[in-house]
Ligand binder design. Structure first.
Ligand code: ATP
Ligand code: ZN
Ligand code: MG
Length: 500
């Protein structure tokens, strides 16, 4: 690693009659503090001009120049302050060049914000930055940029790797009622209706089916495991996603949340006028009158629950803590991927979150899977399978090793065969829910503690549109073909609504 920083320290007045050479000579002990002998930062050159001191500071891996420059600032302030009443007003850098070795050679070009230049020669990386202010240097942005470059290269190697999907259980093959696309067929019968982007109106029949499924979750999973219901906000602010880690990557899938600049009727008068005159909502004018996004609509249900626990110590008797939410929809911008009710932009999901000591979280994860087996085998009689997958954030945070070997931390995806999509072997199965052991990610991110040791958490998201899609794809729309256990819970179906 090699760092070369060209920077300027600006004083509050010109340094007339002051000799800084002595101070610069003294600086080596300060610039070496904490580093092995001879391996600290060095001042390669210096030039004093009026009220500014220009320095070229270099280093290897120890005492990097963006740190060294502040040691110089403090040293100068201490030496000059008392005697000459001179202080350092500002620190800035004209140029910063960093050369370092990556673990692996990048597979393709990488870009990074703030870089003036970024070049690779095999594993060697040269990063150049220009015109950096004090905040940039002091807040270690440079170190984060180096890690981020490394992360981007790692990601190139991780992408599309099959080993993070591993089959762990499979039901027997079943005979299915049909091989039609259930969304299309339900639409034909007016059971459901597509509205706007990836959003559906569920008529009385489809609703009754989904509500029955929800009740099955309550009766066969949540009640037996003694899970309490909570209500969690569905508009999520940045502070939550910063702590949950979602702020690192969600942006392309968020429905953003923008409050108006003000509720003053004058601000909105033109918008209202244009609408009343043209009959069209002038979205350009609306855009000019709203604030930057304060966050977005619920993406996963658990993050906005965590502020309830943030910074607190959970009492022994409350562990493991088990709650669930079904108080509103989640929204994701799925772009071109939307398909029927299988992949929608606004969906209904029940999410169950559990928090406890690692053994408690692990045990519950297993119990939850057993309850699901009873539901899918005994009540819905689905053809389905479970796969162990490792989400990207875990690979990124070095948890992948643990996940791979012991299959404790990570996600189990539940997938259903969709006959209309083709053969079992070649078609894509539908992930209709998941159950994850998230390790210490959330307790750490939100600073939640317990007296008896480390805390882990898990969550399972039950997508009701996906349950309905999987069920109808296999069982069809004729109740005669539906499993007895489901029909018993469903009772009488409402009549179809007929349109003339
Ligand atoms: P996919 O790979 O299908 O996009 P995901 O990995 O993004 O799914 P998760 O973030 O694990 O999904 O969300 C948990 C659950 O939420 C899913 O198992 C599914 O039931 C539901 N879900 C997620 N995205 C959608 C969507 N666009 N439409 C309907 N349900 C969804
Ligand atoms: Zn969750
Ligand atoms: Mg997705």
């Amino acid at each position: 690693m090699r760092f070369i920083l060209d920077c300027t320290l600006v004083f509050n007045k010109p340094l007339e009659g002051v000799d800084v050479r002595d101070i610069l000579l003294k600086s080596s002990s300060v610039l070496e503090k904490g580093a092995p002998k001879g391996e600290g930062a060095k001042i390669e050159s210096s030039k004093l001009e009026g009220d500014r001191l220009m320095l070229r500071i270099t280093s290897g891996r120890h005492v990097r120049p963006h740190d060294a420059v502040f040691r110089m600032k403090n040293l100068l302030a201490a030496e000059l302050g008392k005697k000459h009443h001179v202080g350092v007003r500002e620190v800035r850098a004209e140029k910063y060049k960093i050369e370092f070795e990556l673990e692996k050679e990048p597979k393709k070009k990488i870009d990074i914000a703030y870089a003036k230049k970024l070049e690779f020669k095999e594993k060697n990386c040269v990063l150049e930055l220009e015109n950096l202010d004090e905040e940039f240097l002091q807040r270690n942005y440079v170190d984060r940029m180096i890690s981020l470059i490394q992360e981007k290269v790692d990601k190139q190697y991780y992408e599309g790797k099959e080993e993070h999907w591993e089959l762990i259980w499979s039901s027997e093959e079943k005979k299915h009622a049909w091989d039609k696309d259930p969304s299309l067929e339900m639409e034909k019968r007016d059971w459901i209706m597509h509205r706007g982007r990836g959003q559906w109106i569920f008529g009385p029949i489809a609703t009754k089916m989904m509500k029955t499924m929800e009740q099955i979750v309550v009766d066969e999973l949540l009640k037996p495991l003694d899970v309490d219901e909570v209500v969690i906000p569905k508009a999520v602010t940045w502070d939550v996603w910063k702590k949950s880690g979602h702020a690192k990557n969600l942006y392309g899938e968020i429905y953003y949340l923008c409050p108006p600049q003000s509720r003053d009727p004058e601000l909105w008068e033109e918008v209202i006028d244009v609408y009343k005159i043209t009959g069209e909502v002038p979205t350009e004018l609306v855009k000019e009158r709203i604030k930057e996004p304060i966050g977005g609509m619920c993406y996963a249900q658990c993050p906005p629950f965590w502020p309830y626990l943030a910074g607190k110590m959970i009492a022994e008797e409350s562990l493991p803590l088990k709650v669930f939410d079904r108080s509103g929809t989640s929204m994701r911008y799925e772009s071109g991927g939307i398909h029927g009710i299988e992949r929608v932009d606004e969906f209904h999901r029940i999410e169950f979150v559990w928090i406890g000591y690692p053994e408690q979280v692990e045990r519950l994860h297993k119990e939850i899977v057993e309850h699901y087996k009873k539901i899918f085998n005994g009540i819905l009689e689905l053809e389905w399978r479970m796969a162990f997958v490792t989400p990207w954030f875990m690979a990124q945070e070095g948890m992948v090793g643990i996940a791979d070997e012991e299959k404790k931390i990570g996600t189990i995806d539940f997938e259903a065969y969709m006959p209309y999509k083709g053969s079992r072997e070649e078609s894509e199965w539908l992930e209709f829910q998941n159950a994850s052991n998230n390790g210490d990610k959330y307790p750490k991110g939100f600073n939640v503690k317990a007296q008896g040791g480390e805390l882990y958490s898990g969550c399972t998201g039950i997508g009701l549109e996906r349950w309905l899609a999987a069920f109808t794809a296999q069982k069809g729309l004729d109740p005669e073909n539906w499993p007895k256990g489901f029909r018993k819970r469903l009772g009488e179906l409402p009549g179809e609504i007929r349109f003339l």
